[in-house]
Design a binder for this molecule. Sequence first.
Ligand SMILES: Cc1cc2nc3c(=O)[nH]c(=O)nc-3n(C[C@H](O)[C@H](O)[C@H](O)COP(=O)(O)O)c2cc1C
Length: 184
Amino acid sequence: MKRILLLNASAKNNGATEEILSIIKKEICDSYIVDSFCLGDLNISYCKGCKSCYKTCKCTQNDDVDVLISAMDSADIFVICAPSYWGDVPGQFKVFIDRCTVYSNTNPNPNRPVLQSGKKCYGIALRTGLRAMECEHIIECIHHWCGHMEVEMADSLYFCGINSKEDITVEKGHIVEKCDEWFT
Ligand SMILES: Cc1cc2nc3c(=O)[nH]c(=O)nc-3n(C[C@H](O)[C@H](O)[C@H](O)COP(=O)(O)O)c2cc1C
């Protein structure tokens, strides 16, 4: 069975972001092994910018980045779902992205640790406002992370006008359709 990692890229593990991921989980759990993470439940410190990982191929900090990266390395597919915070990705997600510097193809050390090849990522963004541009920016951030982690960004989806998890109810059909398209 292939393995899918669902990542709630915010601190809130019971809102609209989580609701989207729960619908996906329900749709795929009979056909895939599913691992779920919410960044808010993990202990991830911000990058100090020391670049010692360029020399040592290791971060000076030991925290849950290792847990998440190890789960990512075991997964075939990632689904990363992020709400817009101030027109950008939530701070917790940016902190995680910065901490991926050791694994990134911008790390000049040829011995850097890398994710196994052949992984795919699906990005999902949501926001309260109605203009699509802000969600497209979130998707672009996920795409940018994929590029430097050498993961294929397979597709994306976004929702505008979302205030709370109740607003996801009307989107359920659309999410289920996407699951059929992406995961069967
Ligand atoms: C700190 C914060 C900042 C936000 N900034 C924006 C924003 O800039 N644009 C927007 O459309 N929605 C913004 N929102 C609304 C969220 O994107 C929206 O409510 C989303 O559904 C939250 O998902 P959640 O329920 O999983 O937390 C913000 C919410 C919070 C908590």
